[in-house]
Design a protein around this ligand. Structure first.
Ligand code: FAD
Length: 456
């Protein structure tokens, strides 16, 4: 078996893993990013999930750093229109992007920053070392198994595969172990949004929004949530049986194409291979129902075609680590601040019903933002391992906000920076100087100004 040695090994090339690897390599650490697919971007590309939400709280941009750099680079090459006001008023702004251009950009960024890549390599198990520490991982590749040793390993697999194998305590789902449903995303092309805008203008009650009629700008539709009458009629006719309560899609960088987030497979354990198989099959059948629904029922979609379906179903939730701190719903809704905060977000707690239709939303106060402490990425009792992205230490409710893409990108950058600081100083990850880490992140563009605390 081949064996190699790196300073920092990042497992999982989703947006958290990519920003972690970029931050680590830019600080001079010899960094390897390992990914099971032949491209990077994870849920944003393989599962085609977008738009990114949200870089803003009210009018203030609260996400910077590598996340904002990625958006600016995408805009420069025509892969994103940038941050747009959310016409459904769910969040302040949404950031559509083209997953194909994102894939290409991520390779460019890795090359420019000196991140080494190993693609088509499936993580098998952690290399466990004495005193509960992780010394790297073992991977299945097309050339057989490969062992990769590293001073520090970052688990950015979203499913906490490395942490699980290293013996880190884990939690799954709500108090009954139920996780949010999974959704297969698809894009529809050849759509005429002007026709839909006319419909919306004459049927304002059909849109989910808290905006008053005179505040709405139907000509600038960026996110569509509602169309209740069309959806309910289709359900009554038996055209669709998707457990969704409304129609939901978003504009893309292209005038005639939208990204649809409507399929829903409930009661699944995404880490059970049989459940995952059922989910892919069910979601694809739902996609065909939805295509027929859009063509028949939604103004402007008569000639719609499926431009693409995701390579894999999007998993909103699976396992989370138990870390040195566990972020709660209360921390989020009270816009709590932490001395070791490394990321900010204003996304609401948005829980899609694990077992049926319906989505529950709990909002922060207007203009507020909450913080995520470094300790959420630090496994409670295992050394030389950090966790970035979806599977950090939170409750089920808090995860329903922290899982969003701009946040996981910021967490990745923080993990890569913390790992390289620990490497340089020789300190254990749990002893990384939080003030120094925050200074470093701010210097690298991360927005850590004090959160606007709602009454705190
Ligand atoms: C249906 C759905 C809708 C969503 N809607 C939005 C939205 O509108 N806006 C928004 O901002 N966010 C949204 N999210 C949330 C967001 O997309 C994800 O939570 C986020 O992208 C997760 O990023 P990550 O880097 O933590 O994980 P991922 O992007 O999942 O990356 C994990 C990476 O690890 C790799 N990997 C996993 N296991 C292994 C292994 N064993 N070996 C090697 N590699 C491995 C994977 O291939 C992947 O590349 C949504 C998510 C879903 C599923």
């Amino acid at each position: 078996m081949t064996s190699e040695r790196y300073d920092i090994l990042v497992v999982g090339g989703g947006n958290a893993g990519c920003t972690a690897a970029l931050a680590a390599a830019r600080s001079g650490a010899r960094t390897l990013l390992v990914e099971r697919y032949g491209f990077l971007g994870g849920t944003a590309t393989a599962a085609m999930v977008g738009p990114w939400m949200t870089f803003h709280s009210g009018t203030e941009r609260i996400v910077g750093g590598i996340a904002q750099e990625i958006v600016e680079r995408l805009v420069a090459i025509g892969g994103s229109p940038g941050h747009l006001v959310d016409s459904s008023d769910y969040v302040a702004t949404i950031t559509p992007f083209d997953p194909e251009i994102h894939k290409a950009l991520l390779f460019d960024l890795m090359r420019e920053s000196g991140v080494e890549l190993l693609l088509h390599a499936y993580f098998l198990n952690a290399l466990r070392e004495p005193r509960a520490s992780v010394g790297g991982g073992r991977f299945a590749t097309v050339g057989g198994q490969r062992e990769i040793r590293a001073e520090i390993t970052i688990d950015a697999t979203a499913d906490a595969f490395v942490a699980a194998s290293a013996g880190v305590e884990l939690q799954t789902g709500d108090s009954r172990g139920r996780v949010q449903p999974a959704s297969l995303m698809f894009r529809l092309s050849h759509v005429d949004l002007a026709q839909l805008s006319s419909y919306v203008r004459t049927h304002p009650d059909q849109m989910r929004t808290s905006l008053k009629a005179h505040e709405r700008t139907p000509d600038a539709l960026t996110a569509v949530a509602g169309l209740y009458a069309l959806w309910d009629a289709a359900r009554l006719r038996g055209d669709v049986d998707v457990p969704r309560e409304l129609v939901s899609f978003f504009i893309s960088p292209y005038a005639d194409e939208v990204t649809v987030n409507m399929t829903r497979v409930t009661d699944i354990d995404p880490l059970d291979p049989d459940d995952l198989t059922r989910a892919e099959v069910e979601a694809r059948a739902q996609t065909m129902q939805l295509l027929a629904f859009f063509r028949r029922s939604v103004p402007g979609f008569a000639n719609a075609r499926i431009a693409a379906t995701a390579a894999q179903i999007g998993v909103r939730e699976s396992r989370r680590i138990v870390g040195a701190y566990t972020l709660t719903a209360d921390d989020i809704l009270s816009a709590r601040q932490f001395p070791d905060a490394v990321a900010r977000s204003a996304y609401p707690i948005d829980i899609h019903n694990p077992s049926g239709a319906g989505t529950t939303t709990y909002r922060l106060a207007p203009g507020a933002a909450y913080e995520i402490p470094y300790r959420c990425m630090l496994p409670a009792a295992v050394d030389r391992l950090l966790v970035a992205g979806r599977c950090i230490s939170t409750t089920h409710e808090a995860l329903a906000s922290t899982r969003l893409t701009p946040t996981v990108m910021t967490l990745g950058q923080a993990a890569g920076s913390a790992a390289s600081m620990a490497l340089r100083s020789g300190a254990a990850l749990r002893d990384v100087d939080a003030a120094g880490l925050r200074e470093r992140l701010v210097a690298d563009g991360v927005d850590l100004r004090r959160a606007v605390a709602a009454g705190v």
